[in-house]
Design a protein around this ligand. Structure first.
Ligand code: KG4
Ligand code: ZN
Length: 360
């Protein structure tokens, strides 16, 4: 099966072609990043993002130049994400579907972040008829818009265990970076600052102490907005002493902030593995690009786990095609007239295949 997928949920415009038969092959995967456009604002501006998607979609499609006779289905992200951005992808997909007489799979962006792991690990899911030993699996999505723990009982059968009650982990990285006068997106630059102090001082232990919000709560929810506020208070305290934050201080607080996020993510993941007897963990989302986080997961997890390569961690259309494949196999297509943006779509609420499965 050959799938052409479109992703425009946030600030990356993506078009990809994926082939799945006995193996999984990414034929093309183009991403036009908007980071430079949003940098001056320190965050994503939806109207700027929408216009950029509108401009970039035809450019990327032309570059990919698909052989339409061979494409079996189109896939497009319908949510969650920014409403005006989602519509750009949806309307583009609708036009292509009409022009080339193709069916459309409506894709949940969060499902795709998790299923991104199958691209480079086809043996987890192929051959499809094989009794699968990887499930129940746990999914942890940590991105700029989401922080969610999901129980994956089987393919297309998910249950949301917990999520952030306020800011997503990536959003906290971005906001803290802004407080420290660092550039957008915050994650990579905070990681760099934290790594600097660690490379200078062996077994570095932070003198600045920040909270680990909800680390011991009974549920699987997260909260990162209080952590950001705690950074704000520390920064204000420091600025009362010196108006310009010293580089060393920026490195110290970056380290402690990053460590706090990592501690919370690891503790909750371990708790969920134990409680739900998960056999595998599937990670996803832009924050998983963080090398320290990856290293600590590697050191602490005793079950099989998968983290996509960075190009499939951050937003891309190859992961959208990967998720779409399983729906297309179940003939779970959406008529163009019913396709609409669902900015608040959750992982529980979208999967007609899942609903079918539960009725059995
Ligand atoms: O998944 P993604 O590309 O887009 C969303 O769906 O949100 O994630 C973007 C987020 C941003 O908040 C960014 O700061 C964060 O991922 N991020 C990182 C790193 N690289 C990107 N956070 C921590 N460490 C990183 N190395
Ligand atoms: Zn994403």
């Amino acid at each position: 099966m050959l799938i052409l997928a479109i992703e425009t949920s946030c600030d990356e415009t993506g078009i990809a072609i994926l082939r799945v038969n006995k193996e999984i092959k990414v034929i093309a995967n183009l991403v036009a990043s908007q980071i430079e456009l949003h940098k001056p604002y320190g965050g994503i501006m939806p109207t700027v993002a929408k216009r950029a998607h509108q401009k970039k979609l035809p450019v990327l499609l032309k570059k990919i130049n698909p052989d339409w006779h061979k494409i079996d289905a189109l896939a497009v992200t319908i949510g969650p994400g920014l409403d005006p951005c989602l519509w750009q992808g949806i309307n583009f997909a609708k036009k292509l579907a009409k022009k080339h007489s193709k069916k459309i799979v409506a894709v949940n962006h969060l499902e795709a972040h998790i299923y991104a792991n199958f691209i480079d690990n086809p043996s987890l899911v192929l051959p499809l008829k094989k009794k699968n030993n990887s499930f129940p699996a746990l999914g942890l999505i940590v991105s700029g818009g989401h922080t969610q723990l999901v129980l994956i009982k089987d393919l297309l059968n998910h249950q949301l265990l917990g999520e952030t009650r306020d800011d997503a982990a990536g959003e906290a990285f971005d906001k803290v970076a802004r407080l420290l006068g660092l550039s957008f997106p915050g994650g990579p630059i905070i990681e760099k600052k934290a790594a600097k102090i660690e490379s200078r001082i062996k077994n570095y232990e932070s003198r600045i102490k920040l909270p680990r919000p909800m680390i011991n709560s009974q549920d699987f929810d997260f909260s990162f907005s209080g952590l950001k506020t705690a950074v704000l208070y520390k920064v204000e305290e420091q600025k009362n002493k010196q108006s310009q934050l010293p580089e060393k201080y920026i490195q110290q607080i970056s380290y402690e902030f990053q460590q706090s996020v990592i501690d919370v993510l690891i503790t909750k993941t371990q708790k969920a593995i134990k409680e739900f007897k998960s056999k595998t963990v599937l990670f996803g989302g832009g924050v998983m690009a963080n090398k320290k986080l990856r290293k600590i997961f590697k050191q602490t997890l005793s079950i099989d786990y998968y983290i996509p390569p960075i190009k499939y961690c951050t937003d891309n259309a190859a992961m959208i095609a990967m998720a779409a494949f399983f729906h297309a196999k179940e003939k779970d297509f959406t008529p163009p007239s019913q396709l609409k943006s669902q900015p608040n779509l959750s992982l529980d609420s979208h999967s007609s295949a899942r609903v079918k499965g539960e009725k059995k």
